[in-house]
Design a protein around this ligand. Structure first.
Ligand code: HEC
Ligand code: HEC
Length: 269
């Protein structure tokens, strides 16, 4: 607990010093998974908080839609008390940069208006709006920041997943042999004559198609992972191409799993 607070405090110090855009930059470089925030949940539960009146404080929108570096909200249209969908989308883009997906207490959107004694930041020009993390409004923001889905990363796909689909395994044909022939199951491009791997454009087309065979965050619900895995290990009952992995511990299966869980980056195999 103490350590978290110190870390938070340090990270906030840095944030204040260099500007809030350093927050997402820092996360993007980290090895953490790529996580996406939900727009509908934002619109239904977060935006109302940013528009709500609280005794003793101005509304977030009053100060944060005025232009200048802190304006992460659109101005409300004259006479309106809420945003239309396009305005909400623009807000969503900007507000996302003020949070760390999956980490409410590292998100300046939640920390700035929270009292320091409750774990919040040392200072917020707009005052403290919540005295505890259990306040319903703070909780609504935390639920949004906490409910993320992994996003599928192209670099990881190209450098680590695609080689698995091209690899020969004893006793089986390669995935690509059956799955690049045309017809309903062809989610891979044919390899160019003589080539043992794909060029960038081919990989991009494969990536588009193969996404339909996986459910981000749910490896065993993803037919790409379930079909070649034995039924005893949690895989599907039947796959016309046979079973290629007898356990979820198989290193190749784990590569696919990490991708579906949002692993990012290319490079090492
Ligand atoms: C009275 C005006 C005022 C109100 C009301 C206000 N803020 Fe602020 N806020 C500021 C000012 C000024 C800054 C810049 C200085 C600082 O960081 O404290 C700021 C900074 C921030 C930042 C840092 C990001 C940035 O754009 O620099 C966030 C996030 C934030 N406020 C969130 C909120 C939320 C959420 C609310 C409502 C619960 C709120 N603020 C209400 C004035 C306000
Ligand atoms: C010997 C040919 C063959 C090989 C090798 C093969 N498959 Fe298949 N695969 C099939 C056939 C046939 C089907 C369609 C019938 C079925 O669903 O079992 C299929 C279906 C699939 C589907 C469902 C496609 C869809 O559009 O619903 C996925 C995903 C899949 N295979 C993944 C793989 C992976 C990953 C590998 C390599 C580890 C692989 N397959 C190897 C023949 C093959």
């Amino acid at each position: 607990m103490g350590r978290t607070v110190v870390r938070l405090f340090l990270s906030l110090l840095c944030t204040q010093a260099i500007g809030w855009w350093s927050v997402p930059a820092a996360t993007a470089q980290g090895a953490g998974p790529a996580l996406a925030l939900d727009f509908d949940l934002y619109r239904d539960t977060v935006e109302p908080v940013l528009l709500a009146r609280r005794p003793g404080n101005a509304r977030c929108v009053v100060c944060h839609s005025r232009g200048g570096g802190n304006a992460y909200l659109e101005p409300l249209s004259p006479g309106r008390e809420s945003y239309d969908e396009e305005q909400s989308l623009r807000n969503f883009e900007r507000v996302q940069r003020l949070v760390v997906p999956g980490a409410p207490t590292e998100s300046i959107l939640l920390m700035n208006p929270l009292a320091q004694e409750a774990g919040g930041s040392h200072w917020h020009g707009g005052g403290k709006h919540w005295t505890s993390q259990s306040e319903p409004e703070w909780q609504a923001l935390a639920r949004w920041v906490g409910s993320t889905t992994p996003t599928l990363d192209f670099d990881f796909y190209r450098d680590q997943v695609e080689p698995v689909l091209l690899t020969k395994r004893p006793g089986n044909a390669r995935c690509v042999v059956c799955h690049s022939r045309g017809g309903g199951n062809a989610y891979l491009e044919p390899l160019s004559p003589g080539a043992e791997s794909y060029d960038l454009e081919q990989s991009m087309r494969n990536f588009e198609r193969i996404q339909r065979l996986v459910v981000p965050g749910a490896p065993l619900d993803s037919v790409l992972l379930a079909n070649p895995l034995t039924e005893e290990a949690g895989g599907s009952h039947w796959h016309g191409g046979g079973k290629h992995w007898a356990s979820q511990d198989a290193p190749e299966w784990q590569v696919l799993e990490r991708w579906v869980q949002g692993a990012t980056g290319g490079g090492a195999q």
